[in-house]
Design a protein around this ligand. Sequence first.
Ligand code: NAD
Length: 377
Amino acid sequence: MKIAVLKETAAGETRCAAIPETVKKLIALGAEVAVESGAGEHASITDQDFETAGASMGPRGGVLKGAQVILAVQGPEPASLEGAEPGALLVGALDPTRRGADIDAYAGAGIEALAMEWMPRITRAQSMDILSSQSNLAGYKAVIDAAAAYGRAFPMMMTAAGTISPAKVFVMGVGVAGLQAIATAKRLGAQVSATDVRSATKEQIQSLGAKPIFVENVAGIEGEGSGGYATEMSDEYQKAQAELVSGHIAKQDIVITTALIPGRPAPRLISDVQVQTMRPGSVIVDLAAEAGGNVEGTAPGEAVERHGVMIIGAANLARTLAADSSALFARNLFNLLSAFWDKDAGKVVLPDEDEIVKGIRLTHGGKVVHERLTAAA
Ligand code: NAD
């Protein structure tokens, strides 16, 4: 079975869907791996590194010729996939809800598209979860970016010239990114507090040595929807949360927001009036910027100043750690392929009834088959 690894063409994309380690492991399974020249350029991987791992290198046309699996970070231009075998698997972050026309084109070209971001949240699939692997790095980098933009230090320092007090960091939304943000801010010596709507996160916050800030006075709140994701909260809860946040936020130096609700715009957690209560020089990093933002006034990919407070609309932070984000992404893809590797057939075999296959398979036999897409159409 021939596996092609593409060089990313999207603006700003730095990651690569394979690393030498995963190339070696794919070859050990029995595959042949061809990597497009320059694919690892921004992730500090040279063509020579891939060759040493056993891959052949070349331009896209040659790499795709006869390929039965195509690995990519982002969905490639459908027209650029000519030469792949009919029925070839395309595996990557294909952004199916926003790139419907491309998904239709993959189907038309006989490509079987697998969207890694729709991986079901089951234990068996944890090692294949690109959202988790990339969010973890984003949570870390959000704190590093906040520290860089903040004109004071994070840890308490007792010096001969006097004492510097520790920064107060508040993390809103304690999923994968939020947990890593808490851990990173703690490591830097900040005083950390955090909030979420899922009550299960309270213990996780405490176990990282941070202080939980939770709405306690609205009854019957669980906040947990399916697959460990949050649900949209009642008006009563939102009001109570806004009051709680107002009281707390005025005393914070750094706020990291990460709150997302699947299939909905990001919940608005901080208003302009609340930003105004923060001390000048404070920094907010909004990791939900691309989903509409948790903070009023956020602009994705930009840093804006409001009332002396810097609001950083973080976009694709994992890309700024290209070597690590590529390594984790590449291992997520390898874990999928190896889980479905049929030793006797010497190739990947995807059973129709498997929960993972049903979760990520967008196209099959020339048609769009995923129910989330066919229902929308
Ligand atoms: P996410 O990115 O969808 O959301 C980030 C956080 O924002 C979540 O914790 C959510 O509860 C919170 N949030 C939403 N609305 C909010 C509001 N109004 N106020 C405050 N917080 C709000 O979440 P995620 O990081 O993808 O992870 C969610 C959960 O899923 C975690 O418990 C994680 O461990 C679990 N998970 C499981 C698997 C698996 O089993 N395979 C994989 C990944 C994640």
